[in-house]
Design a protein around this ligand. Structure first.
Ligand code: ATP
Ligand code: MG
Length: 202
């Protein structure tokens, strides 16, 4: 047997073992329910991860609702694309970043109005997936009552999936979630002076 044959043989044995382990763990994970996902952290990719799941769900003919908090821009590629999909309802519910509005009472009012729309989705079983983009800030800045938000998410229809994105997710939201991804910022083009690019950042 040549060294290459040995390497191939060793690889086959390792992959057989790995397959047995993976098959066993797939078999163990047999529950079905609506999942709460929290995509947080300082790295890029939180909202785009949420929008990726919107595409997946629509591809399966599922009904999707998206609430974009904080941000007010309505010229993003994702909105143009997903708003044109018949099974997707898209709401831009912010009036700018906190450092743009500089007005806490106005932020609270805007947040509460947005929350009413999100709540209607979270109590409507016809939505299979609800994305609450940048909701984390409304909790960390205490613009919304966290118990009200967490209770509503917890009491949502059994099979409804919810994705919450944004930095600094509060501990109670992470605890409630089934899946939490904390995206790390290793580097970002912006810090080398590159402005937000169409198709990448908006
Ligand atoms: P994206 O929408 O690209 O997935 P995100 O949701 O992870 O980004 P946000 O905090 O919502 O991150 O940021 C929105 C904008 O800020 C995007 O244009 C994104 O590229 C940019 N951004 C994200 N992370 C960073 C970072 N670490 N440094 C600088 N800019 C960032
Ligand atoms: Mg985002």
């Amino acid at each position: 047997m040549t060294d290459l044959d040995k390497k191939d043989q060793y690889h086959k044995v390792r992959m057989e073992r790995k397959k047995a382990q993976i098959d066993a763990s797939i078999e163990k994970a047999s529950d079905e329910k609506g999942i709460l996902l929290v995509i947080t952290g300082n790295g890029k990719g939180k909202s785009t991860s949420g929008f990726g799941m919107v595409a997946r769900a629509l591809g399966h003919g599922m009904k999707v609702g998206v609430c974009q908090f904080i941000k007010s821009r309505t010229d993003t590629g994702e909105e143009a694309f997903f708003n044109a999909q018949p099974n997707c309802e898209w709401h831009v519910l912010g009036d700018g970043f906190t450092w743009d509005t500089q007005d806490r009472q106005q932020d609270i009012e805007t947040s509460e109005k947005g929350w009413d729309i999100a709540k209607a989705m979270l109590t409507d079983p016809s939505y299979d997936l609800v994305v609450l983009d940048e909701l984390t800030y409304l909790l960390s800045y205490e613009y919304l009552d966290k118990n009200e938000v967490l209770d509503t998410i917890q009491a949502r229809p059994e099979m409804q999936h919810v994705v919450v994105t944004g930095r600094s997710a509060i501990a109670e939201l992470r605890d409630l979630a089934d899946t939490v991804s904390d995206i790390k910022d290793e580097k970002h083009a912006y810090t080398s002076g590159i402005k937000a690019q169409k198709g990448v950042d908006l």
